[in-house]
Design a protein around this ligand. Structure first.
Ligand code: GCU
Length: 693
């Protein structure tokens, strides 16, 4: 321990920084002995950078967890070893043992298998490509991190989506739009020559959960990123990320040909404009041969786009697609569009603009759709575009950063939210046409598939601001790899890798994580309420706000509370947004009696006296939900306080302080919303709901 001016620096944030790659020493000695009986060394086959990263990771993690020196060889020795190498580097004997397994995986997949060669047992970790080996190594290490058996292993696993990507909303001045974990990781001023250790650690963390792409810049794009001065910096980052299997992508500002190209227009039908983009793409690919492509926000919230020139999304996306196609690039064209000129129902606009474009996009265009039709709310019904475009690949856009969910102050385990959306049945190709099956391409047999997550990462010591927000980065990656994973499994894995394998810790804290999502819904937006956060920053309640210039920016537009009731009527007799869903779904949402209560006020304007399924009136039920949210946070505090002995004091205190704030703010939400809505309902608070103090 170093004592400097009386301040103790011991253990300073190291645990926080190490994310889920803690590799804690095993405390269960029997288990440790069992693992050691299978691991006498490492055999490294092949000598690429990726394989050496995999070898180093394996060696140092095993040494940390098992407290034993593990030797690394490049030939199969007599002892039992972990053999790692891609298919082409395996010797004939080993190849034979995994031949049929290799048919089960795709190019990024891996095999982990217990094999016997010359009477010696080994564990082979292999894949068709070296990045698969790296993924396999992380998966193998996770078995040990989570105290699973490594006997008789026979695992064949592949990612279910092609593009598993983080979207950084990072500006060139290092501010991060909707970022609550410090400034941007990308130190543009010092790049390209100064490579921060963070870039490597970032790549490592992402590779460990299978993330294979990163969009470095904000969707509200700055054309400067496409100038040579910045491209050489992007190239430096791409070089760092490449051995970890991570491709770099950029956001393309549609008006870049004017802003940095000296052209008079950015009209996608103008030959000079198309040629400018072609030349720009070539320039990028000369530097970064595996550049992923562009993410584009066009004609949304003031961003320029093809509609500025009387063209449409297809014209814009296809023009860019043609520029990157010769190099294998893709265009991720966002469907997050809404305009003040159609104030009827913002929720309908993306479907109305995009569905008619189905089948008109180039093969290397994928349309990126937010999980819900408004904007990353604590709960939204799934976006009606999912399943509604049969000839166009759609990728999911989740928001990992908690713009509407209490920033990095509130503890909310997002995989639960993500899972709910992914499991929703669109019925677009009959029962079982879940959102997952749309985005993994299994329903419409799409060639490109993907999941994007708006990153919650910044240069905070712990990366994500809240220690538990790391779970949302982790969970996003795991779901992007396998969108069928259960959020409980993810919570279990993350807790074991990040904190402890002690059952007495895992059981209650896992429950806390799982409940945390419903808690935030309850104290912010129960029963289908949405977008009632204070405007601009979106932190804290603001259901009363009504003075913003655009109608759909005002919370009153969304809750429509009056003396008759509350909620947005999107039924057939309202804006008819329900009609954008498949008939089987539309009919359920349309009727008050069949609409799930969790989505009630999303689809209906409901009288204060309406009887909910549990017999309470809507007013009473809503008030009780707000109270329940507060109670749930109180329970989270209690659970956390009881876990003190299992957690290092630094993280324990951080989470404790944050939960205290969350509790205060849950009450703030409850009191503010109930007092405001009470003006319309004119009713007393029911028994069981605390009166505002
Ligand atoms: C939200 C968010 C903006 C962001 C936008 C987008 O509206 O508040 O900051 O730019 O989404 O996704 O494009």
């Amino acid at each position: 321990m170093i004592l400097l001016l009386g301040i103790s620096w011991s253990g300073f944030s190291q645990k926080d920084y190490k994310l889920w790659l803690q590799y804690n020493t095993l405390t269960n000695l029997d288990l440790k002995a069992k693992y050691l009986s299978h691991i006498k060394g490492i055999t490294l086959l092949g000598n690429s950078e990726t394989i050496s990263i995999a070898g180093n990771e394996l060696q140092s993690a095993l040494e940390d967890m098992l407290e034993k020196k593990i030797t690394v060889n490049t030939k199969l020795e007599v002892f039992q070893s972990i053999v790692i190498g891609s298919k082409t580097h395996l010797n004939a004997e080993i190849q034979k043992t995994v031949e049929s397994d290799l048919n089960l995986i795709n190019d990024e997949g891996f095999i982990i298998k217990s094999i016997v060669i010359n009477n010696k047992s080994h564990i082979v970790i292999t894949g068709k490509k070296e990045v698969g080996v790296l993924y396999g190594v992380y998966s193998f290490l996770r078995l040990i991190q989570t105290n699973k058996s490594i006997e008789k292993l026979n695992i064949a696993d592949s990612p279910k989506t092609n593009i598993r990507i983080l979207n950084h909303w990072d500006n060139l001045d290092r501010t991060v739009e909707r970022g609550y974990a410090g400034f941007s990781l990308w130190n543009w001023q010092k790049l390209p020559d100064f490579i921060e250790q963070r870039y490597i650690d970032y790549a490592r963390a992402n590779a460990s959960i299978g993330i294979n792409g990163t969009v470095l810049t904000n969707v509200n794009a700055n054309a400067l990123i496409l100038t040579p001065q910045y491209l050489e910096k992007v190239e430096a980052l791409a070089n760092v990320f490449r051995p970890y299997g991570i491709k770099v992508y950029l956001t393309a500002r549609f008006s870049a040909p004017i802003e940095i190209g000296g052209l008079k227009t950015a009209d996608p039908k103008d030959a000079d404009v198309a040629n400018w983009w072609k030349a720009k793409a070539k320039e990028i690919y000369v530097r970064i041969p595996d550049f992923g492509g562009f993410l584009v926000k066009a004609n949304s919230e003031g961003q320029p786009g093809p509609q500025n020139y009387g063209r449409n999304h297809v014209d814009g996306a296809n023009m860019l697609a043609d520029a990157v196609a010769p190099f294998g690039g893709v265009i991720m064209w966002r469907a997050f569009v809404y305009s003040e000129h159609d104030a009827n129902d913002r929720a309908k606009q993306a479907h109305a603009e995009f569905q008619p474009c189905d089948g008109k996009f180039r093969e290397n265009v994928i349309v990126q759709v937010k999980n819900g039709a408004i904007d990353f709310q604590p709960r939204e019904p799934f976006h009606p575009l999912f399943g509604a475009m049969t000839k166009t690949p759609l990728m999911m856009e989740f928001q990992i950063t908690q713009e509407y969910l209490g920033f990095s102050t509130h503890l909310v385990f997002l995989p639960k939210l993500f899972q709910e959306v992914l499991e929703s049945d669109t019925y677009q190709k009959g029962k079982g046409s879940t959102v997952t099956k749309v985005i993994d391409g299994s329903i419409y047999k799409n060639k490109i598939t993907g999941i994007a997550g708006v990153a919650n990462i910044g240069n905070d010591l712990n990366w994500t601001g809240h220690p538990f927000a790391q779970a949302n980065w982790y969970g996003f990656g795991r779901l992007a790899w396998n969108p069928y994973l259960d959020s409980e499994t993810i919570a279990d894995e993350w807790l074991r890798c990040t904190f402890s394998n002690d059952k007495k810790f895992i059981a209650p804290i896992k429950e806390m994580l799982i409940q945390s999502r419903e808690a935030v819904v309850n104290y912010m937006t129960p029963l289908g309420l949405h977008h009632i956060m204070d405007t601009g920053h979106h932190y804290g309640p603001g259901p009363w706000v009504s003075n913003l210039s655009r109608p759909e920016w005002n919370p009153v537009y969304y809750h429509k509370a009056d003396k008759n009731g509350i909620g947005f009527d999107r039924s057939k007799s309202g804006t008819n947004a329900v009609s954008q869903y498949a008939p089987e779904v539309a009919v359920i949402f349309d009727k008050l009696e069949t609409c799930p209560e969790k989505d009630l006020l999303w689809f209906h304007h409901v009288s204060w006296d309406y009887k909910l399924k549990d017999g309470h009136t809507l007013w009473d039920g809503m008030a009780l939900k707000y109270q329940q949210g507060v109670n749930q946070v109180a329970a989270m505090q209690k659970t956390w306080n009881a876990s003190e002995k299992y957690v290092d004091s630094e993280r324990f205190k951080e989470v404790q302080m944050l939960l205290n704030i969350q509790y205060k703010e849950a009450k703030w939400w409850r009191d503010a919303c109930l007092l405001y809505f009470q003006q319309f309902s004119g009713k007393e608070l029911p028994i069981g709901v605390e009166k505002p103090s």
